[in-house]
Write a protein that binds this ligand. Structure first.
Ligand code: HXC
Length: 279
């Protein structure tokens, strides 16, 4: 995968958790194995400019996926997850820069998709254009009831980017994806739920609690088994059936080389709760 020039990042410790600081990202590394990455550009409803995209790439590239077992991605404030790519930056671009801008986000978002841990988007408001594209790079999405989803790009004279056409059609099917993209219309959270763009909808004040609850359930399970399962699901999409089935057989077999498989099955037979070590 192509490398993006690294950004300086500053780490500090608040006594409990390590906090990394960027200009447009906040992050919280919790002791329960959950890390929350928050896109924070309040003046533009968390729009993605090229610095934010570089920061996301840097953050994901440097994430300690031994310590972090689930990553949650959200937006700062109560109004917006991410209102799209930054239009004030894109307005000045020509063809080559447009291509590079899309590629910058595509590479960063692909790194999110390929992380060996689950990534959940907590969609807390506007989730438009590049915001929807960021959310779709996550493994699944929970939304607040005030969230709005859309691909308004054609109204700005551009196509979706950051792999949005690819992932949206994959996720909700070509018919709904084409309708959303051609009309540019925004849909409400309940409609996003109906078409499978999000897995659940909660009241805004409940959203993060519910996402964390799900993340904690994931953390309680065997990390290598989750990693292998994620790899099967991600990779099998672009494979012929025989290769996908063989990949699953291989990853299933690999689980039997782990201590966690012995621990999990022994605990079940002893009517105990397993404790997984990730090896
Ligand atoms: C830059 C943005 C922005 C964006 C909002 N702002 N979205 N700036 N890029 N994507 C800024 C506004 O200009 C405004 O700045 C401030 O945030 C608050 O927004 P308002 O419009 O005043 O808020 P509101 O009236 O509540 O409307 C919210 C909104 C609207 C419906 C989300 O802001 C909107 O339509 N935004 C654009 C959404 C969009 O088209 N996204 C797709 C972008 S294209 P000021 O300075 O006036 O306070 C894209 C391509 C991805 O994402 C692929 C790239 C390769």
């Amino acid at each position: 995968m192509q490398e993006i020039a690294p950004l300086p990042s500053v780490g500090r410790n608040d006594g409990k958790n390590r906090i990394m600081e960027y200009i447009f990202l906040k992050s919280e590394v919790r002791e329960d194995g959950i890390t929350i990455m928050t896109v924070s550009a309040p003046k533009s409803l968390n729009a993605l400019n090229s610095t934010v995209l570089r920061e996301i790439d840097d953050f994901v590239s440097n994430l300690d996926t031994q310590k972090t077992r689930v990553l949650i991605i959200t937006g700062d404030g109560e109004k917006s997850f991410v209102a799209g790519a930054d239009i004030s930056e894109m307005v000045h671009l020509y063809e080559k820069e447009g291509y590079e801008f899309s590629k910058l986000g595509a590479i960063a978002f692909r790194k999110i998709e390929l992380l060996p841990i689950p990534v959940i988007a907590a969609v807390n408001g506007f989730c438009l254009g590049g915001g929807c594209e960021l959310a779709m790079a996550c493994d699944f999405r929970y939304a607040s009831s005030n969230a709005k989803f859309g691909q308004p790009e054609v109204g700005l004279g551009i196509t979706p980017g950051f792999s949005g056409t690819y992932r949206l059609a994959k996720l909700i099917g070509q018919g709904y994806a084409k309708e959303m993209i051609y009309t540019g219309k925004a849909i409400r959270a309940d409609e996003a739920l109906r078409i499978g763009l999000v897995n659940a909808v909660y009241a805004p004040e409940e959203l993060m609690e519910r996402v964390i609850e799900t993340a904690q359930k994931i953390v309680a399970n065997a990390p290598l088994a989750i990693r292998y399962a994620k790899e099967c699901i991600n990779e099998s999409y672009d494979m012929v059936a025989a290769d996908a089935i063989e990949l699953e057989n291989r990853n299933f077999g690999k689980c039997f080389a782990t201590e966690d498989q012995k621990a999990g099955m022994t605990a079940f037979l002893n009517k105990e709760k397993p404790s997984f070590k990730g090896c």
